[in-house]
Design a protein around this ligand. Structure first.
Ligand SMILES: [Mn+2]
Length: 445
């Protein structure tokens, strides 16, 4: 599948305009070690990737606004035959300049010598302090030079500002290249979750379901999981970010799967909760249907002009109605919402932005209140109900289960598109998928 190219240059031009006479410094994320000298697979820095497409570690960019010469300067590792034998070929600096459309490219080994001079004349330096020791030092040096420069020339760096001030707002509205990747991640996640649900059966390990889901991601060409896959049977589902996935699925238990593929670093994030028996009855069925009702009510709110606060409110109301109707909490929905009692069983928000990061960049509120939804915004809708042991003395049959139903939505000019709509929502349709996968080889006990 060919995905449209990213408009990196257009994104950088937007940044340059917003910088005014400022400069932005972004270093690559450092490599991290798992243990000893064995590294985690490298995951590029989201901001750097967004503006350049550069995927390597050991890199930094400087963007300079206000009509500076060389507005886009890039520092990358130079050729090194010995290092290249271990980590793979590196391009020539000229090749990098051409490919990335940079105005100047220097070896990263020259960063400390060159960066302060590039940054010192800027008005303000957009840099996240603490991002790297080398960059912190360069910024400190640039501020000292800026002070001297100001005295003589009337301009020079005066302060440091978080780059998110410019980038977060841009990243909150996805362009066509980004939407294509999230759409592909959503399609792959929906297909892999079908396989995961197929692996659910009493006696199977949570790890077998995880393997089916993550195998489904990789088989379809995704980067892999965008975050640690959650497969939580029974009361494990009450731990919101459960990640052990090492328990066996019990006969009468429900299994909560929360997973998302990454495609070229763009994430999907989907949850379904299915009964190991394929069917649900009684109070648990009511609880399940209430979460689905909350999902429907929340999804119905998603349109330009609404806010994620409206979306959350709709989910909370449906949850409160359910809790009141089946007597878990006393009172009408209004009374329950007023007292905030629903939060005992629905402790998280309904939505988060989705993109290069699973919990993507972008504020939810600004000076005018909750941010209004606009075409191009992508986020999750994921109401849930959780009944940890001891939480619900009046309804013991509910205790030890957690339910979450999550889809990914794109705001369009007309309303919203459910990007994960390939995966059914109805309990019956999901129940039919349970146990349809071939049993995996069992690990030795
Ligand atoms: Mn989520």
């Amino acid at each position: 599948m060919t995905l449209p190219p990213h408009p990196h240059r257009a994104r950088r031009e937007t940044v340059l305009r917003r910088l005014g006479r400022g400069a932005m410094l972004l270093p690559a994320a450092p490599a991290r070690f798992r243990s000893g000298d064995s590294e985690y697979r490298y995951r590029p820095d989201s901001e750097l990737l967004y503006l350049t497409g550069w995927q390597g570690e050991e890199c930094a960019i400087v963007l300079r606004g206000g009509g500076a010469d060389h507005p886009f300067t890039l520092f990358v590792p130079e050729r090194d035959p010995e290092a290249e034998r271990w980590t793979g070929p590196r391009p020539e600096l000229d090749e990098v300049r051409e490919r990335l459309g940079a105005d100047a490219v220097f070896p990263i080994s020259e960063f400390s010598a060159r960066a302060p001079a590039l940054l010192a004349p800027a008005g303000r330096i957009f840099y996240r302090l603490g991002a790297s020791r080398r960059c912190d030092d360069a910024v400190r040096e640039a501020l000292a030079r800026g002070r001297r420069l100001r005295a003589r020339e009337g301009r020079g760096a005066t302060g440091v500002i978080d780059p998110g001030e410019i980038l977060d707002g841009m990243r909150r509205i996805k362009d066509a290249a980004e939407i294509a990747r999230i759409r592909e991640a959503a399609r792959i996640t929906a297909a892999a979750l079908r396989e995961g649900i197929g692996a659910v059966r009493a006696g199977a390990g949570e790890w077998e379901v995880e393997a089916a889901v993550e195998g489904g991601f990789r088989r379809r060409g995704a980067d892999g999981p965008a975050f640690a896959t959650i497969v939580a049977a029974g009361e494990n589902a009450c731990t919101l970010h459960y990640a052990a996935n090492d328990a066996r699925i019990g006969e009468g238990e429900m299994v909560l799967i929360d997973a998302g593929a990454a495609v070229e670093c763009y994430a999907a994030d989907v949850s379904r909760t299915v009964p190991a028996a394929g069917r649900l009855a009684g109070a648990r069925r009511e609880a399940w249907q209430t979460v689905l009702e909350a999902h429907r009510a929340a999804t119905a709110k998603c349109a330009p002009g609404a806010t994620l606060a409206d979306v959350h409110e709709a989910a909370c109301r449906a949850i409160a109605e359910g809790l009141g109707d089946w007597g878990v909490v006393e009172g009408t929905a209004d009374e329950i919402l007023e007292r905030g009692d629903h939060r005992r069983f629905f402790p998280h928000r309904t939505s988060h932005w989705l993109g290069l990061d699973t919990h993507d960049a972008g504020d939810y509120r600004d000076a005018h209140g909750p941010v209004r939804l606009e075409p191009g915004m992508v986020f999750t809708v994921e109401p849930g109900l959780y009944f940890p042991p001891g939480s619900c003395p009046g309804r013991p049959e509910l205790e030890g289960c957690g339910i979450r139903i999550e889809d990914d939505l794109l705001i369009t000019p007309e309303g919203a598109e459910v990007l994960t709509g390939d995966l059914p929502l109805a309990l019956e349709a999901l129940g039919e998928m349970v146990g349809t996968g071939a049993p995996a080889g069992r690990r030795a006990e």
